[in-house]
Design a protein around this ligand. Structure first.
Ligand SMILES: O=C(O)c1ccccc1N[C@@H]1O[C@H](COP(=O)(O)O)[C@@H](O)[C@H]1O
Length: 244
């Protein structure tokens, strides 16, 4: 899943280095957006959501989250999910040692880092064989050049709405801010996405946009996903997909 990266002079140019020709290295939006369903915690819903064949399923290992997996889900249940689904552990300012131990225990192939993790930590986790998704909070403005040190060490970025909690705030941000994205790392759009956004998301074309992250907008209570509503969303995002 590693993305081919442009050379450093291209990156310098996109970062606005004087004398360098400005280019956008951002990949185009694919015809079919990747879908990540996050915050799985409820054993009863797990099989139903997995049957919808999301590309990624996220499990939150941040103790302060109402979606914290803790001891609620048996690691074996996560390990037994179809290998076609990327299993993602979501962490907030956790040590590399603890992340690796949790990834091993639950059979996670990917991590989503939702705190103040450094490029060096992303590198260590990537070198350990994990797919790395680094999340960034978006407020009223965004400086994509500040993300340059992360570029070589992340497979995806994820842009989420800035809020009181590190994630799962259930609020959208102004997606137009992503029009000026110029980096080579593809990203997930996150933050308050719900069924009401389905048509807009299906038609959305933004530089670098690779997928969407569905979380609190598809719950009956925190961590309890509504497989019916998710099925409706996926039907609109993936017209003609085999599961419907
Ligand atoms: O959902 C949580 O509780 C959470 C806690 C800590 C870090 C990340 C978390 N969720 C991620 O937040 C975004 C947006 O979620 P929402 O749609 O606004 O509910 C998403 O990427 C989740 O993976």
């Amino acid at each position: 899943m590693k993305t081919p990266r442009p050379n450093l002079s291209d990156l310098a140019a996109s970062a606005g280095v004087p004398g360098a020709k400005a280019v956008s290295a951002a990949p185009a939006t694919p015809a079919r957006l990747l879908v990540k369903v996050c915050g799985m915690r409820d054993e009863a819903a797990l099989a139903g959501v997995a049957a919808l064949a999301p590309d990624f399923l996220g499990f939150i290992f941040a103790p302060k989250s109402p979606r914290f997996v803790g001891d609620v889900l048996a690691p074996e249940l996560v390990q037994a999910l179809p290998p076609t689904i990327w299993k993602v552990g979501v962490f907030v300012d956790e040590t590399t040692e603890n992340i690796l131990a949790t990834a091993h225990r639950f059979g996670l192939a990917a991590v989503q880092l939702h705190g103040h993790e450094t490029p060096a930590q992303c590198e260590d986790l990537n070198e350990a064989g994990l797919l790395v998704i680094k999340a960034f909070s978006v407020g009223e403005a965004v400086d994509f050049n500040a993300l340059l040190p992360y570029v070589p060490h992340c497979d995806y970025f994820l842009f989420d709405t800035k809020g009181a909690a590190p994630g799962g705030n259930g609020a959208t941000f102004d997606w137009n801010l992503l029009q000026s994205y110029h980096l080579p790392v593809p990203y997930f759009l996150a933050g308050g996405l719900g069924l009401e956004h389905a048509a807009e998301l299906a038609a959305l074309r933004l530089p670098g946009l690779a997928g969407v992250d569905l979380n609190s907008g598809f719950e009956t209570s925190p961590g309890v996903k509504d497989a019916g509503r998710l099925a409706q969303m996926l039907t609109q995002l993936r017209p003609g997909a085999p599961f419907i």
